[in-house]
Unconditional design. Structure first.
Ligand code: SF4
Length: 491
């Protein structure tokens, strides 16, 4: 058994298959970007650390159990990321196993843990502390303070003190120099990294046939933190960041550091960089400077860039000139075909006419586009959704769209809809951490979920919202079929 100062454990969501001849699903497997960076920071400070991805371990050994980890690693501190709510049950299950079978101090971090910190600590004795918000310096200080127990000195920490809870008065909010000190690409710290790179699918699931079918490898890159707007459904918008971490404005990682990471990606044979950070679309100097540096350094990599709003032609031209075209795409999420609903729900608004002009420009630059739509937005009726289907059909026929998808909008903790359901015209079926926990506990046990989405809107029930997305996908598949039939047979 190896001894570590801190072992980071990434939980994966389990969905039990009720058909006993089929194996269970392991899903939502992408690790938060910061996990490796925090682990690297601790290692640089002289601590012995390891990152374990439980989903990868299960992929490699279907008989894997968490107790196997306890036989392999003895940890003084166990850090479990509970960033996305889908891990609510599995994160606690891990915490309980470690607490029951070891003397490790168990600390949780991430958006969901930050939002529900007090409830988690009140309900689950297996969790010793939660770091709210940015976790780099707090975790380092937690390790330093473990021996004297002066946890009040650890920023962002909510912790158990005997039978009561305490919250440190100290605050850490990362700024650009803090991000620049982090190394997001020390992949050697992740147990079985090669498998992670090979098996991670585009949909965030583990791909059981990765070795056979997929040559594309993807790496997620940190460009910054925060957002400048509040989309109704987003738990990572400006207000949410302020609640979760105290951050009032977005910060960017310096472009030199980003290029360093991309060079590392190239060295590690990662063929596509996933870039999901675009909080100031009215001022994209950062991206232009970054792209220029990537070209100057001759980094040869594809990129999937998620635009949070439409761009100008210059951005498209720069994107095309910078990245290897093999896997490069731009993703944009109009969410609704109704301009009224889009305006009501999205922080960055654009009209359908502006979207068409942007797609024309993308076509001229020969940039493949991925599009996301959704159902269940605030104020949306079936009639509004007809416009979404109509727009989707037009887009697949007339524009360079390589993928288009539609799924019901999820209920994210700390999103404006979650915080003010009445104002946003929804009724919540899930309010507290235990509600999220119970949903995923049932799924892991093979029981039907009591709620699929956790909400209904003033105009649409849960089944209606689910059905609308299904109808969209069906209509688009048919349109695709007609398009190719016309292409091949001319009729
Ligand atoms: S979905 Fe909206 S609020 Fe959330 S990060 Fe994107 S632009 Fe910001």
């Amino acid at each position: 058994m190896k001894t570590y100062d801190c072992v980071f454990i990434h939980p994966t969501t389990h969905i039990k298959n009720t058909d006993s001849t089929k194996s269970d699903s392991i899903t939502y497997v992408i690790m938060p970007l910061g996990t490796l960076a925090i682990a690297n920071l601790l290692e640089r400070e002289g601590y012995k650390v390891k990152v374990v991805h439980t989903g990868i371990e299960e992929m490699l050994d279907r008989d894997f159990s968490i107790k196997d980890l306890l036989k392999k690693y003895e940890a003084s501190v166990v850090g479990i990321d509970l960033h996305w709510y889908v891990h609510s049950y599995d994160a606690i299950r891990l915490a309980e196993t470690f607490k029951r079978n070891s003397n490790a101090f168990v600390v949780l971090g991430g958006f969901t843990a930050s939002y529900f910190a007090e409830e988690i600590l009140q309900r689950f004795e297996s969790v010793d502390a939660v770091i709210q918000g940015d976790a780099e310096i707090p975790l380092l200080e937690l390790l330093q303070r473990r021996s004297d127990g002066e946890f009040d000195e650890v920023p962002n920490l909510v912790y158990r003190d005997g039978n009561s809870l305490k919250k440190s008065r100290k605050r850490f909010i990362a700024e650009t120099p803090d991000l620049d000190r982090l190394n997001f690409s020390n992949f050697t710290l992740l147990s079985n990294f090669d498998e992670y790179r090979r098996c991670i699918s585009q949909f965030g699931d583990l791909d059981p046939y990765a070795a056979k079918s997929k040559l594309k490898t993807q790496g997620w890159i940190c460009l910054g933190r925060g957002c400048s707007v509040n989309c109704s459904y987003c738990g990572g918008g400006r207000k949410a960041f302020e609640i979760l971490s105290g951050r009032r404005y977005p910060i960017f990682r310096s472009k030199e550091k980003v290029v360093e990471t991309l060079a590392k990606f190239e060295e590690m044979k990662i063929s596509c960089a996933y870039m999901d950070f675009d909080p100031l679309p009215q001022k994209r100097d950062y991206q232009h400077d970054l792209f220029e540096l990537i070209r100057r350094e001759k980094i040869d990599i594809s990129a999937q860039f998620l635009l949070w709003s439409l761009s100008d032609k210059r951005f498209l031209r720069d994107f095309r000139r910078t990245f290897n075209p093999l896997y490069s795409t731009i993703t944009i999420s109009p969410e609704s075909g109704s301009e009224h609903i889009r305006k009501l729900n999205k922080g960055f608004y654009y009209s359908n006419g502006e979207l068409f002009r942007w797609l024309d420009d993308a076509r001229k630059e020969i940039i493949p586009v991925q599009l996301y739509f959704t159902s269940g937005l605030s104020g949306e009726t079936e009639r509004h959704f007809e416009k979404t289907i109509k727009l989707g059909k037009k887009l697949v026929v007339e524009y360079p769209v390589v993928s288009i998808s539609c799924n019901p909008i999820e209920l994210e903790p700390a999103s404006p809809r979650f915080l003010h359901p009445k104002r946003y015209g929804i009724s919540l079926k899930v309010r507290s951490f235990i509600d999220f926990y119970n949903i995923f506990k049932r799924l892991a046990s093979g029981l039907p979920a009591t709620t699929q989405l956790g909400y209904r809107t003033d105009f649409l029930s849960e089944p209606q919202i689910v059905e609308l997305s299904r109808r969209f996908r069906e209509a688009i598949s048919l349109k695709h079929y007609e398009k190719w039939q016309k292409f091949y047979f001319g009729s």
